[in-house]
Design a protein around this ligand. Structure first.
Ligand code: F6P
Length: 543
């Protein structure tokens, strides 16, 4: 792993020179394909059930060789091995980043310190499964003896985005009888929307997902949920209607969650990597333990691909290197992620946290400033809707944005009953393929307003169908892409100190916003002071 500045390496210099040559020579995908139609075979990889077509990227065979040489110099393979082995790669917090241990499966052995964590992981999964069976069967009931009909997940960031995304993606696999809802924002409108929608407190279970059990938004929602339950069922009843997934069991039981309803998230699982942990309890309640296990198996398949495949055939490595190529040698700052799948409409939001909270870093692991840009802005939408939103920018804008398209050969399993589903799905797929082609090869025209320049790179990821296993494969694919990039840049992809100061400032400001707060001396910056004054004035008006 790059302990020194990778930008000082000869391999970096060689890539920079190569990039200048390609750019000066006006490299275009049209020419790259015409001189080398076989590039598709070299640049379309498979990982598990995923076909990952990277052929429409601004790379030649030489580019790939130089990128792989850079990865070798940076020690990417060694970083991957160290991460999977449970080394304390999250050096600033002195922890491993062992989300892969969550899905290592029976018979695996991953030792942290002198403990084989796979035994504890299996035991916790079994606890989760037992709890899910009890709720889904009606054995686990509320304080008044009514079965649980609605699970409300209270969590934010990695304690929300992944499982809400998976819950949406796997709608076809949800078990009947228990509905799952999600609340993340401290804005009372979020919880109110969920609670006002005819929810019966006697049949509602709140799952508080918070690794720290200290995130203000989640605790605020948990307190409000407890008040809602107590008002309807009495203060003693509320405890029956909470479960928790956390690394801080003491805080959870202090809040009132019964010890048997607290599920463990280990400190070596980063929040944004915790979908396969007890943080995914609400998802298991929604789709059942078998489907949850299939998702874990899908993750494992790509974990094995990462470890077993040489860099040249390694999908997360190639995808990660392509991101570095564009970020650092083409000066591109963002990437659009566009699943051609309605049920993956939240995939981009999940990936945004994984990429930007992991690699939005300005210093290397050795504490020195990075010598290059890191991370990337991940944004996107859902195809085909996005074609009626921002694809104009992608095709004819002045900023090149590499795109990731995700598409499935078969429609979602629960749509087959619709008479037009087949034709609609064919249209969805055709549009995905068309967009990648149009972005890459453009459309010459004598009319400058109608010309599409092309030369806009994209990856097309295709899988047979959106299933728990395929979703797990997609999650792991992108988790590992981020690992590869962090290793190459020599940064810590597993801490997030940048978010702490804002929380501290908010605490200080909150006290000055409450009704009749005795305004202390101006302890905030002048702009904040001005906003606080406007806030009180506006709050006081009745119009
Ligand atoms: O955004 C900061 C962060 O710590 C994320 O990394 C995490 O996923 C989220 O807040 C929620 O944290 P917790 O699970 O501890 O409530």
């Amino acid at each position: 792993m790059a302990s020194t500045d990778i930008t000082a390496a000869a391999e970096w210099t060689a890539l920079a020179r190569h990039a200048r040559e390609l750019q000066a020579g006006g490299v275009h995908l049209r020419e790259l394909f015409s001189v080398d139609p076989g590039r598709v075979g070299r640049l379309a990889l498979t990982a598990g059930d995923l076909v990952i077509d990277c052929s429409r990227h601004l790379v030649t065979a030489e580019t790939v060789e130089l990128l792989l040489a850079l990865a070798d110099r940076a020690g990417v393979s060694e970083r991957i091995a160290a991460t999977m082995a449970g080394d304390p790669v999250n050096a600033t917090e002195g922890r491993p980043a062992l989300h892969t241990a969550l899905r290592a499966g029976p018979g695996a052995s991953v030792v942290v310190g002198d403990v084989d964590v796979t035994t504890a992981v299996s035991a916790e999964l079994n606890r989760m499964a037992g709890f899910a069976r009890a709720v889904l069967s009606g054995e686990r009931r509320g304080a008044t003896g009514r079965p649980i009909r609605t699970v409300v997940n209270l969590g934010i960031g990695g304690s929300y985005l992944g499982l809400a995304m998976a819950h949406e993606a796997l709608a076809a696999f949800r078990r009947p009888g228990v509905e799952c809802r999600f609340v993340s924002n401290v804005d009372p409108a979020d919880l109110a929307t969920v609670l006002d929608d005819g929810l019966d407190p006697a049949e509602t279970l709140f799952v508080v997902v918070s690794k720290s059990f200290g995130t203000p938004e989640t605790l605020a929602n948990a307190r409000a949920a407890r008040a809602w339950l107590s008002a309807a069922l009495g203060p003693d009843a509320a405890d029956h209607h909470f479960a928790a997934a956390t690394a801080n069991a003491a805080a959870a039981t202090e809040f009132g969650v019964r010890a048997g309803d607290v599920f463990r998230v280990w400190d070596w699982v980063g929040g944004r990597y915790s979908l396969g942990s007890a943080a995914g309890l609400s998802l298991m309640l929604a789709i059942g333990e078998e489907r949850f296990g299939e998702m874990l198996a899908g993750m494992r398949a790509v974990d094995e691909h990462l470890v077993q495949q040489p860099p040249v055939a390694n999908a997360p490595v190639l995808m990660g290197l392509l991101g570095v190529w564009y970020r650092n040698f083409w000066g591109l700052q963002s990437r659009a992620v566009v699943p051609y799948s309605h049920r993956l409409r939240s995939f981009g939001s999940w990936l945004q946290q994984v990429v930007m909270e992991s690699n939005g870093k300005r210093v290397r692991l050795d504490g020195n400033p990075v010598g290059c840009d890191t991370g990337e802005v991940v944004w996107g939408g859902t195809g085909t809707d996005s074609q009626h939103s921002f694809h104009q920018f992608l095709h004819q804008g002045t900023t090149v944005v590499p795109a990731d398209f995700i598409v499935f050969a078969r429609p979602d399993v629960d749509t087959a009953h619709l008479p037009e589903a087949g034709r609609q799905h064919e249209s969805l797929v055709a549009n995905c393929f068309a967009q990648a082609a149009a972005l890459a090869f453009g459309m010459p025209s004598d009319d400058p307003h109608r010309e599409l320049p092309g030369n806009r790179p994209s990856t097309v990821i295709m899988a047979p169908e959106l299933t728990p296993s395929v979703l797990g494969q997609l999650v792991a694919l992108y988790e590992h892409e981020v690992l590869v990039q962090g290793a190459l840049w020599g940064i810590n992809s597993f801490d997030q100190f940048g978010v702490e100061h804002g929380k501290t400032l908010a605490d200080a400001i909150t006290g000055d916003l409450s009704e009749g707060s005795s305004r202390s001396a101006s302890e905030h910056d002048p702009a904040t002071e001005s906003l606080i004054a406007h806030y009180h004035r506006l709050r006081a008006t009745n119009d």
